[in-house]
Design a protein around this ligand. Sequence first.
Ligand code: SF4
Ligand code: SF4
Length: 276
Amino acid sequence: MKIAVLSGKGGTGKTTVSTNIATVMNWNYVDCDVEEPNGFIFLKPEVKKTEYVKIPVPKIDEEKCIRCNKCADVCQFNALAGTKTGIIFFDKLCHGCGACTMVCPVGAITEEGRKIGKIDIGNTESIKCMRGLLDIGEPMAPPIIKRLKALVDEETTIIDCSPGSSCSVVAAIEGVDVAILVTEATPFGLHDLKIAVELVRQMNIPFGIVLNRADEEHDLITRYCEEEKIALVGKIPYAKKAAVLYSEGKLLIEDEEYNKMFKGIGERILGVKACS
Ligand code: SF4
Ligand code: SF4
C-alpha cells in the first residue's frame, strides 16, 4: 500500500506528519520532495546505497550531420536550435524523450546519460528509507521521483511529496492507494488545500486531511471538511513542545502524547483506504 502525504502549500508540517507516522506505524518512508528532502534529518537512517539518476540526452556527430534541422523542429522543449554552423543543444531543457534521435535521417544522433541527481537508500532500526536529491540547478524532478517509486516494494510505504500541486506532486501521487493532505487553519492554508483536494479528486485517489497546528479558535478547516464530507483523520495541536522537538531534529513521537496521536492518525489513514 502506498500512502502519499502532500500539502497545497509549503510549511504545513508535511514531513513532520510523514516521518512520525512512518516510524510509529513501521511503514517505509520515501522522500519524493527531491528539491528539499529533509525527512532524513528526523529519521537519521544509515545510508547503505546511493544510485545516480540519469536521463538520456542526444549527442550529435558533427561529421555525419547534414544540417537538415529535423531534430530541432521535432523538439517540443526547444532544447535544440539550428544555426548556420550546426545544432546547438541546451541540456537543461532536454526531457530525454528521444524524438530527435528517431527523426534524424542520417543517424547522426546517439544518446548518452546525463546525471540529474541521486537516490539514497538505507534504513533506521525499524523501517526502510529512501530519498531523492535533485542536483543544484537541475529543473526536472519527475525522472528522479519516477525512479524512486519504481524502487518501492509491496510493503506499506509513506511517500513524502513536494509542496504545492506541480508536476512533481503529480508524479509522486500517481498510482498511490491513499493521499493525506496536510494543512493549517489559515486562509492561505485553506486556499492551497482546495487546490490539492481538486488534484486528488481529479486523479480519483481516496484521501483524508490532517490539520496541523490546530487550536480551538480557528475552525475553518474543520468546517470545510464537514461541508465537503472529507475525512479529517487527525488534528495535531499547536504546542510549544512540538516546536522544541522539531527544532532539535527529533521525532514528535518521542513524546508519549504525540506517539498515541500519530498511531491514531495512522490507523485512521488505513480506514480512508477501507472506506473508498
Ligand atoms: S531528447 Fe527530446 S527533449 Fe531532448 S533534445 Fe531530443 S527531442 Fe528535445
Ligand atoms: S536531424 Fe540529424 S542531420 Fe538533421 S540537423 Fe539534426 S543531427 Fe543533423
